[in-house]
Design a protein around this ligand. Structure first.
Ligand code: SF4
Length: 369
């Protein structure tokens, strides 16, 4: 689907709550056992969904958390969004809230996809990472029950030093579970994720090359999150075997050079927006810089016109080696990771080992945020 990302996000995430029974080591939300008293109410949430419909018929809305099912109005909100013509999806936590009855209710309410997190191919690796014994078994059981209820499933996996060796086993499991998409998230040091070690930039590139191989062979789709250099890696592979032509064709002036083409992915603020549990609008959940609050302004106006969002969609405004890079219009680096490391969302992404030809400026420091 072609989306003009100046006009609307491809994906709008609403963090229904930060409440969650789990306390995963990598949690972006730094999830809490109890709901925040100032969360958007049901009525405010429905108004937000009504505004989201102004973006477009079929706008994708992800209900996330915390655990979105920690709110007792989660099914009602899916139903409301579906009724308004939105494509409603959800990322629940692997908790006792995942029951067959709940899946049936979500399917009846029109939920289009359910995303579950699996970070290891066995109970030992997954449960150690999640910090919760039994989490692997309950998540795999939930994935099977969701499919029985007719819900397409997506598996989300975090890549960091603790999980990278388990990726082949997770890939096999994603196939066994019949998932439609594997979303592979490269750690950004935000929330409790600050306590984890990222992989090195060179290792990240190797994993992205491997993911391209997986995508060619698998029955499911593969996408990366907070790793737009996946597109650069793909282009370099195709250029290496002489098939580097792209749909976008040659560009002159400040655009991408011949053979590189235009971006087709989404990054923080460009095709992606995040509404926090108290209504703050961020370019991404991993870039917690507020551009406004839905209690004061429409999410549509914030996405289209807030200076932070407009700046993030200008790839010629990037700094450092990302700003000098010929791949910036197809990649642009993770703005969230640049922000986590430097406090400046326009700086270079430290997870990328690529150095543009002739670039002699400073290189970002890899490592912990
Ligand atoms: S230097 Fe920046 S824009 Fe270029 S490939 Fe790396 S992350 Fe992407």
């Amino acid at each position: 689907m072609q989306v003009d990302t100046d006009d609307r996000p491809f994906v709008l995430v609403w963090e229904l709550t930060q409440a969650c029974e789990l306390a995963c080591e990598h949690c972006r939300a730094d999830a809490q056992p109890r709901r925040h008293p100032d969360e958007l109410t049901t009525a405010e949430g429905k108004r937000l969904l009504d505004e989201a419909r102004e973006f477009a018929e079929g706008q994708i809305v992800v209900l996330s958390g915390g655990d979105p099912l920690a709110r007792d109005d989660a099914v009602e909100l899916v139903d409301h969004g579906t009724d308004r013509g939105l494509r409603m999806t959800m990322t629940p936590s692997g908790t006792s809230s995942l029951t067959r009855q709940r899946f049936d209710e979500l399917a009846d309410a029109g939920l289009r996809r359910l995303a579950l997190s699996i970070d290891g191919g066995s109970p030992t690796t997954h449960d150690a990472f999640r910090g919760e014994s039994g989490s692997f078994e309950s998540t795999v059981r939930a994935a099977r029950q969701a499919r029985e209820a007719g819900l397409p499933i997506q598996i989300n996996t975090t890549v960091c030093a603790d999980t990278v060796d388990a990726l082949p086993a997770v890939r096999d499991l994603v196939g066994d579970l019949g998932a439609v998409l594997w979303s592979v998230f490269f750690l950004v040091p935000v929330g409790r994720g600050r306590l984890l070690d990222p992989v090195s930039p060179e290792c990240a590139d190797r994993v992205m090359g491997w993911l391209h191989d997986v995508r060619e062979d698998a029955d499911f789709g593969v996408k990366t999150t907070e790793a737009p250099q996946y597109r650069r890696v793909g282009l370099q592979r195709r250029q290496g075997d002489g098939t580097g032509a792209s749909a976008g064709g040659a560009e002159g002036g400040g655009g991408p050079p011949a053979g590189i083409g235009r971006r087709t992915g989404i990054t923080a603020g460009d095709g992606f927006a995040f509404v926090s549990h108290v209504g703050e609008v961020y370019p991404s959940g991993f870039l917690p810089e507020s551009a406004g609050n839905v209690r004061d302004e429409s999410v549509v106006d914030i996405y289209r016109d807030a200076p932070l969002f407009v700046r993030l969609r200008d790839y010629d405004a990037l700094r450092g080696k990302c700003g000098a890079c010929e791949f910036r219009h197809v990649c642009g680096g993770s703005r969230s990771r640049a922000f986590a490391h430097t406090g400046d969302p326009l700086e270079s992404d430290p997870l990328c080992p690529y150095v543009p030809d002739g670039y002699e400026g400073p290189l970002p420091e890899p490592g912990r945020g």
